[in-house]
Structure formats: structure tokens, C-alpha cells
Design a protein around this ligand. Structure first.
Ligand code: 6GU
Length: 233
């Protein structure tokens, strides 16, 4: 997969895309991530990317020119037609099923909104899918783009060391994760549940399933409503 990020702050992505699972996926060639600055497509000598709103009012508005030019520039670098995504608090909420859908695309272009907003003709003119990561306000789309990249990249084949782990986890399975423990067996008086030390794989699986369901019922009952249950549950 190729991901292009169009942003006013390309430098904030660099350490992120070099680290952890995403960094390893980049190193393995599973995904390539390129960041492009709108500022490189400014047309005046001050390299302006925003201006005052027509009609007055506070703040500055991201201009059409640098955004359309940056988008056309990166899209021309490859034959593959990308899925365009505009990160904005007004978008559709990012869920695991949206993430799974995006992970099937060969190419994504993420446009990060910033400042007080962007010219409405960006929204109407580029026909992007608009995505928000939740009901709170960020000062820019960059953290949201990083969230989206992380969630998508870990679903790409080979991105996780152990192929089982992506499917095994919460949300994909529709329930929250069961508690995990590692050495030591006792830490400051807190013990590891006996069943995990039993070596009985059937019992361990049943215990984990029970913990996972119990936790989901307690913390996120909304996740259970839409689910199908096995007789075991
Ligand atoms: Cl994508 N952008 C901004 N600015 N705020 C947000 C968001 C995006 N998602 C949630 N809040």
C-alpha cells in the first residue's frame, strides 16, 4: 500500500512512521508513506497557505490553491487511483469496520485540515471521504491521520509478526481483550490467575473468553448488542 499525507506539518509524521509496527511495515516494504507540505505549493513569496475568511470573522482559512496543487502533484506520481480521505471533525466516525475497508485500498491520500477550517471548495471539489476520529476537537487533522495510518497498517498482510494477532484482538472479534500476564508469577503481592499456569489449553481458552465477555458487558455493553454468540458464550 502507498499512503500520501498532505499536511502543513510533515515533520510531525517522520518519527511516528519510523517507529514500532508502522516503522517495521515501512522497512519491510509493506507500506510506503510519503508526506507532502501544502506550503511547498504556495504561490506567493510569503508561501501563504491560508487567508482571512470572506464575510469577516475570526481566524484564517486554508486556501484552495495549495491544497489542489499538492493533491494533483502527488496523484500524478502513480497510476493507481487513490482513495482520498479528508480528516475533519465533521466526518464519518472511524471504526474498525471503516479501517478494514480502507486497508483493502492499494493507495490512500490523507488530507489534514488545519487552523479554523478550510475553504469549502476543497470539500466539494475533491470528493474525498471525510473521516473524524471521535467527538472532540483537535487543532489539526495530523493526530487523526496518524491514528488512521496506525489502525490501517497493522491490518496489512505481514505487518504484525504473528498473523493470528490482528484477528484475535478486541473489536475485530467484537469484544474487548482478556487480561494478559507475564513473569514474575507474583509481583508486590499480586498473583497471576492460577488457570494460566495450569497448562490446560482448553481451560485457558474458556477463561479468556469469559473474561473478555465479562469485561465487554461491564465496560462496553454497546459492543455486545450487535453480536452473534456461540453456544459456549
Ligand atoms: Cl479528523 N480533525 C480535527 N481537527 N479534529 C478532530 C478530528 C479530525 N477527529 C476528531 N476531532
Amino acid at each position: 500500500m502507498r499512503i500520501d499525507v498532505l499536511t502543513l506539518f510533515p515533520e510531525v509524521f517522520e518519527p511516528y512512521v519510523a517507529s514500532s509496527i508502522v516503522g517495521r511495515a515501512v522497512a519491510q516494504g509493506i507500506v510506503s508513506i510519503r508526506c507532502t507540505s501544502f506550503r511547498d505549493f504556495a504561490s506567493d513569496r510569503h508561501r501563504s497557505v491560508d487567508d482571512r475568511p470572506f464575510g469577516g470573522g475570526p481566524g484564517m482559512v486554508l486556501m484552495c490553491g495549495p491544497v489542489f496543487d499538492a493533491l494533483e502533484h502527488v496523484e500524478a506520481q502513480s497510476e493507481t487511483k487513490p482513495l482520498r480521505i479528508l480528516l475533519t471533525p465533521q466526518g464519518e466516525k472511524l471504526t474498525q469496520s471503516v479501517v478494514a475497508e480502507l486497508a483493502k485500498a492499494p493507495r490512500l491520500v490523507l488530507l489534514c485540515g488545519h487552523y479554523e477550517g478550510f475553504d469549502e471548495r476543497i470539500r466539494t471539489g475533491i470528493a474525498a471521504r471525510e473521516i473524524s476520529i471521535g467527538d472532540y476537537v483537535l487543532s489539526g487533522g495530523e493526530p487523526a491521520a496518524m491514528v488512521l495510518i496506525d489502525a490501517v497498517v497493522r491490518l496489512l498482510p505481514g505487518a504484525l509478526g504473528d498473523e493470528a494477532s490482528a484477528a484475535d484482538e478486541s473489536f475485530t472479534a467484537g469484544t474487548l481483550e482478556y487480561p494478559q500476564f507475564t513473569r514474575p508469577r507474583e509481583f508486590r503481592g499480586m498473583e497471576v490467575p492460577e488457570v494460566l499456569l495450569s497448562g490446560d489449553h482448553g481451560k485457558i481458552a474458556a477463561w479468556r473468553r469469559e473474561q473478555s465477555l465479562e469485561r465487554t458487558l461491564e465496560r462496553r455493553p454497546d459492543l455486545l448488542e450487535a453480536r452473534q454468540y456461540m453456544a459456549l458464550d
